[in-house]
Design a protein around this ligand. Sequence first.
Ligand SMILES: [Zn+2]
Length: 685
Amino acid sequence: MNLAEISLNEQRRTFSKVWIFAIIGCLWILNLSTQVAEASASCDGAPYLVGAARGDITGPIVGVGMMGYADLGQLDEGLHTRLWSRAMVVSDPCSGSTIALVIGDLAMVFHGLKQAVIDRLEHELPGVFTHANLMFSATHTHAGPGGFAHNTLYNITTYGFNPDNFEAIVAGTARAVVTAYKQRQKANLSVSSGHLYGYQFNRSPEAFDANPAVDHAALPDMADTEMFLVKAIASDGTPIAAFNWYPVHGVSLPLTNKLVSGDNKGLASLYFEHQLGATYRKDQEFVAGFMQANAGDISPHDVTHGSLPKTDGFERNEWSARGQFNKAWQIFQSPVAEELRGAVTYSHRFESLAYRKVSPEFTGGELEATTCNAVLGESFAAGTLNGQPFPLFVSHAIYGKTWPRITLMPKEQGCHQEKVLLLPTGFAKPNPWTASVAPFQLLRIGPLVIIGAPFEITTVAGHRLKEEIKRRMAGDGVRFVVLSGLTNEYLHYVTTREEYKVQAYEGGSTLYGPWSLAAYTEIFANLAIDMSTGRQRPAGAPPPDLSHKQVVLPHPVLFDLAPRGGKFGDILVDAKSDYKLGEVAAVEIWGAHPNNSLAPGFSYLTIEQWQDQNWKPMFFDWDGQTTLHWRRHGLASSVLKINWGIPLDTPAGLYRICQHGKSKAPVTGKLSPYSGCSSGFKVGS
Ligand SMILES: [Zn+2]
């Protein structure tokens, strides 16, 4: 899990507790051969068919362990922004070959989750989407509810598997893909790029420094600063979608945050989509996807002093989101763009990862290199930075150097070399705690190849992987290679061999040992050959289906009680009579448990303006400037606090804040809708 952002002291302490706890404690796999789309030349001049759409994937916003920081105390308590899956579907006008690029506001994607999406799609659009032609990536927000993995490790800190959240993600993601597919129209696809500086902070500089001069020369900012953007414009000139790749962790909101949020990439999407008039209430609206890339060692703020900057998490989040949006918008508007032409193809393969022999071609000449079985190292538990390490765990622990030569697993320790073995997740019975078989995938649109990387990859490792694929496919007309991290499955991190020796956080989290990057690069290089030549290979088996082996702890809403002597929707703290632009209007309303109202597109709140003798909803819970916070009062009463940060461009007028939900009756369990609204207040003058 990206236990990565345990870089900070307070996080480290909680995290260590977690691990002590942990330690103690195809349908569509078709023909089981490498799936390679038929490569056929695109009809000369014929436009692609492109569609894009969003699906609401917001799960339970109260009471679920949040995914990413792996903190047992971080249960969600409300909503900042809704979570979305955003899909762009592209079909080749000649061959009909179709691909879907999907980005979810999630910490990561797991195979079991993608399998469920594929199953759902097979039901709704038979024969169209498979593991091979649908790429499902995560923004890496650490502010969403968890419990949607099938491998044990990830459900420890979320108190088990959460079927409600899993279903919300699957349904919303499938809806995005189906809608995008059905809305395909003739469109022009083009690419352009730019550099965004000052928004990336390398959190493992010692590891970065261990790389040779050639890498330092290629990446002088210690980060891959390029933002690469694909733009889809319909033949009638209507913008359909823009998807960009830019590496930065989605962790602007800290571990202390308990509001569900898309974090910096989710918010950047909202800014971009609002710019083009999105209302989030219609299917045919512009979609902006902010993809992850080689962000393994890249934080959105400077943490090298061992603690968070003094700024508020929401300020940091807006700053990072605004920076990414501004650059994406600038690239989007730039007249300098290259039109994509050529076939839409894909290749995909499940690969077993433990004890793979790696060809010397990928190891710098090392003849006997193999991967190991999956083990998380000691540095994984120590966090990323200096500071106050938990006494048991030491940052940058190197076996035999800064750590004594003691081990319970001598053979495995020999394989992992510098890594001090801590959590042998690959050895867990009856099923490994982390993935033992993983999907590797390439998508191609003409000269553009998208690497679907099922891990978090560091700046240099990602740069090398992209360059390798570009070099190998250049003769086949490939000129652009981008990398989508956190795609289709989660194998934690991968570093270069040189970085691995330093055993910073990312090296300690490189699951399959020192030759992981070499092995993954070899797998992708072979996929590139499959793609270029149409080669078909017998493939390994897909991962085991663990969907029926999940531990589910019941936590239903039993019932709701209205305030004594009052009713649901009554006001506890009313708004002031007037506010200036930029101020925060706040109200507290007696409501019910929000999980009673779990439904896509349902807004827990509205900000309404008095217009033409009516209250008209102007803002909803999916807007970035509202927050909803739930708290329990007494046995079964709920107080919902709503904040509205009044945007500077809000038209002057009379407004009110309303909260909506459903209350659950004792005994019968009957759900009854309610709404409560503040008094009207003036905004502006
Ligand atoms: Zn991460």
